[in-house]
Design a protein around this ligand. Sequence first.
Ligand SMILES: Nc1ncnc2c1ncn2[C@@H]1O[C@H](COP(=O)(O)OP(=O)(O)OP(=O)(O)O)[C@@H](O)[C@H]1O
Length: 334
Amino acid sequence: MLLDVQNLGVTYRMDGQEIHAVNRLSFQLQENEIFGVVGESGCGKSSLIKALLRLVARNGSVVADSVNFQGHELLQMPMEDFRKSILWQKIALVPQSAMNSLNPVYKVGPQIVEAICAHVRMSEREARTKVNDLFESVGLQKDLFDSYPHQFSGGMRQRAMIAMALALDPQLIIMDEPTTGLDVLVQDKILKTLRRIKNETHCSMMIISHDIAIMSEIATRIGVMYGGSFVEIAPTMDLFKDPSHPYTMGLTNAFPSIRELGKELISIPGSPPVMMREENKCWFEPRCPFSADGCRETFPALTMTGTNHVVSCLRSDDRQKLAKLAKEKTTWIS
Ligand SMILES: Nc1ncnc2c1ncn2[C@@H]1O[C@H](COP(=O)(O)OP(=O)(O)OP(=O)(O)O)[C@@H](O)[C@H]1O
């Protein structure tokens, strides 16, 4: 196992109030997998990755029983050790906005060379060779090495950020919405590049997206987040074949599918919660067409419903019946 997260919480304090952005969240990441994290805006995806990378804003606090990466308790390590030996070297980030992450007045290739030299003992000449190789592996022409960020298209900037993340041969690359804002053809090329890189380097990837359709293309396993926790985690095929949480059923209804051409898209009424208190209840209950006695009084633990398939729903035994009902538009209206 590469990463084991147990009971992670991220709480922000603002104007005398608390927001529980991540709440009792647990999951494991294996080696050589692409783990997709999906959920609506505000469900805590970015807070989760910021907590793993110790980048949570000053008004936020992070707690966990354990965040163990290859034997290192990440939250317990002195910050300096974490920055020196984990960040970029073992866990790298491709942030949400590639444009803002590159210095606009500095040529792209030399920026990456400088980042490499700041972290590992490597001569500038070796680092330049490495960056040229990285450009090739992410599909950027070598002559772009000496170009400025504004000379790159959105897709090229995203590739440059992926090259930067790969620079120190990390075991885990975390990507925040890597294809958002790119047109469909460029999205497709980026996804192909990511798949190839994963196969060549055997690194693991954790990809955050609000778009379950994109995840179905790239992820080997998907975690569905709602209200700061994972409500369902399953291998990608199983998640679509046997969605077990009503929120997952709703999400899969709301996206077009190449396998079900012409299917009617049904959206989930209501909006995601802002969690001002920790409460022992299912946070999806107010929007759930299948809520039952007990859903307001219990925070359902993740339980197994199949091989590597876990769900946090009191009604998971009825999932096949509910999945059928969830395909009907009237289920969500009433
Ligand atoms: N620094 C902060 N101070 C106060 N509240 C915050 C802060 N950062 C995030 N939040 C709140 O925490 C909750 C989770 O936000 P987060 O950005 O982690 O969600 P997300 O799923 O990544 O959303 P998006 O896809 O829109 O980025 C939201 O209610 C958000 O407003």
